[in-house]
Write a protein that binds this ligand. Structure first.
Ligand code: ADP
Length: 476
């Protein structure tokens, strides 16, 4: 794609703003597009459109809304290659991963198309023969969806599918690094026949100002946010004023536990997926590898052998498995984590510590002898750095795994059924992969506990955050 200019999508129209911001290819910093930066006026117009469209959208039948979501999913799949190229261009991830993301993103739309047909209520036995008690579910109202750059399609459709299925209208604010994917999706929303104003997309490079405007609006009844714990905390605090509903998918610090009886080939294969998908830039990325002592050395050797074969480069080049990090701040963070770990006694097992000014393409680095004093133990790495620590036994591995404020996902590899059950029950997280390095799927509830957030996305529980219960007591 050559340089283009793109506008905000408000009330079914493409609306230019008074200012534009540049979207750049993370691999070489080339200019991809100049995108309208929404100002307060455009945010208000988007909110107004979502408010006006709400009564009509909620009045549609579930099957009708589901039908449109199905068309939107089909359009995404039809445009898979084009959408994937765009994602690779503005996010940098390998094309194969971008294609997988398009399919994954479409799967949320298909899933919630089905759920739109199943927004069930209930009847409750009353205490009096002349009374009838029923419970129904209503859409919460216009929602603000704030999404990150690491999965620019899927993080949006996971929210959008649920919101639209429930009968809510939305104002979506994509990340400043990747607004083009959200705008490409808006084009398909138009083609799918979803009425004007139901979906509005407002790009911006000033998230603080525009996010603040969305939070301040009493018309927005719910905020769904995926991003950092720091911003999530801020949103939660600011949403309190107006008592908006809040869903937060925040950072993780996933332990990847390999116990002594594990199938090491499976563990290495799972580790590669859990660590290196999107070059480690994922909230469910394996952040801390915890290895039971008897297999620590062998697992490390096998993992390093596999890592050494990974090909890094431009995401659109054939065979590339690791793309660039998203921006210079991400590279600097990874450098800081590696430097800090080495200074505190970590051992460099594989790779070369990334150097200042060496670009966004960061080659994998494997460190062992990690301790809890190192920043890499506490912070989300969001890069191709493997941090290894040994545990003396299962209990020690569990204690190490739970030694974090985050509680999104944990991975555990063991062949022993009792250990699988004990570990899965005792890990303080919202999701556990048992001999499985990839847990995300539309039909399962995604989300965390502790500082990893509030609420669940996907699955039959995914509609809960977008609906309110209404109870009706009727006297005959
Ligand atoms: P990341 O580290 O993944 O970039 P952020 O939490 O900074 O995580 O960003 C996730 C999303 O939150 C992006 O869309 C970003 O623009 C938005 N964002 C950042 N700061 C704020 C804020 N103060 N209010 C609302 N949204 C924000």
């Amino acid at each position: 794609m050559s340089e283009v200019s793109r506008d905000a999508f408000i009330d079914g129209r493409w609306v230019p703003g008074s200012r534009r911001f540049a979207v750049r290819d993370p691999f070489d910093n080339a200019l991809i597009a100049e995108v309208t930066a929404a100002d307060e006026g455009l945010v208000d117009a988007a909110i107004d459109a979502a408010v006006r469209a709400f009564p009509g959208w909620r009045a549609r039948t579930g099957p009708e809304r589901g039908g449109m979501l199905r068309i939107l999913a089909a359009l995404m799949l039809e445009g898979e290659h084009r959408l994937a190229m765009l994602c690779t261009r503005e996010n940098g991830k390998p094309l194969r991963e971008s294609s997988a993301e398009v399919r994954y993103a479409a799967s949320f739309l298909s899933w919630f198309a089905g759920e739109a047909e199943r927004v069930y209520g209930e009847t409750i036995p009353a205490s009096y023969p002349t009374q009838r008690l029923t419970v129904g579910r209503e859409p919460v109202g216009p929602c603000a969806l704030i999404t990150p750059w690491n999965f620019p399609y899927a993080m949006l459709t996971r929210k959008l599918g649920a919101a639209l299925a429930a009968g809510c209208t939305v104002v979506a604010k994509p990340a400043e690094q990747t607004p083009l994917c959200a705008l490409a999706l808006a084009e398909l929303v138009e083609q799918a026949g979803i009425p004007a104003g139901v979906v509005n997309v407002i790009p911006t490079d000033d998230a603080v100002r525009i996010g603040g405007r969305l939070l301040a609006s009493p018309a927005i009844r719910k905020i769904s946010f995926t991003g950092s714990t720091a911003v999530g905390r801020l949103i939660f605090r600011n949403a309190a004023e107006d008592l908006k509903r809040v869903s937060l998918e925040l950072g993780g610090n996933a332990p990847f536990v390999v116990l002594a009886d594990a199938d090491l080939d499976a563990a290495v294969a799972g580790a590669l997926v859990a660590k290196f998908r999107n070059t480690g830039q994922s909230c469910v990325a394996a952040n801390r590898f915890i290895l039971e002592a008897p297999i620590a050395e062998l697992f490390t050797q096998q993992l390093v052998a596999s890592i050494a074969r990974l090909v890094a480069g431009r995401g659109s080049d054939p065979g590339v498995e690791l793309g660039p990090l998203i921006d210079d701040a991400s590279v600097a963070k990874v450098q800081r984590l590696v430097t800090d770990a080495l200074a505190k006694g970590a051992r460099l097992v594989h790779g070369t510590p990334p150097e200042r000014g060496s670009g966004r393409l960061v080659a994998p680095v494997v460190l062992d002898r990690i301790t809890r004093e190192m920043a890499v133990w506490r912070e989300e790495i969001f890069g191709p750095i493997v941090a290894l620590r040994t545990a003396v036994d299962e209990a020690d591995a569990l204690a190490q795994a739970n030694d974090t404020d985050a509680g999104l996902v944990a991975y555990v590899y063991t062949r022993d059924g009792s250990r699988q059950a004990r570990m899965a029950e005792a890990l303080e997280v919202g999701m556990v992969g048992v001999n499985e390095g990839l847990v995300s799927t539309a039909q399962a509830p995604f989300g965390g506990i502790k500082h990893s957030g509030l609420g669940r996305e996907g699955s039959r529980h995914g509609l809960d955050d977008y609906t309110s219960l209404k109870y009706i007591a009727k006297r005959l």
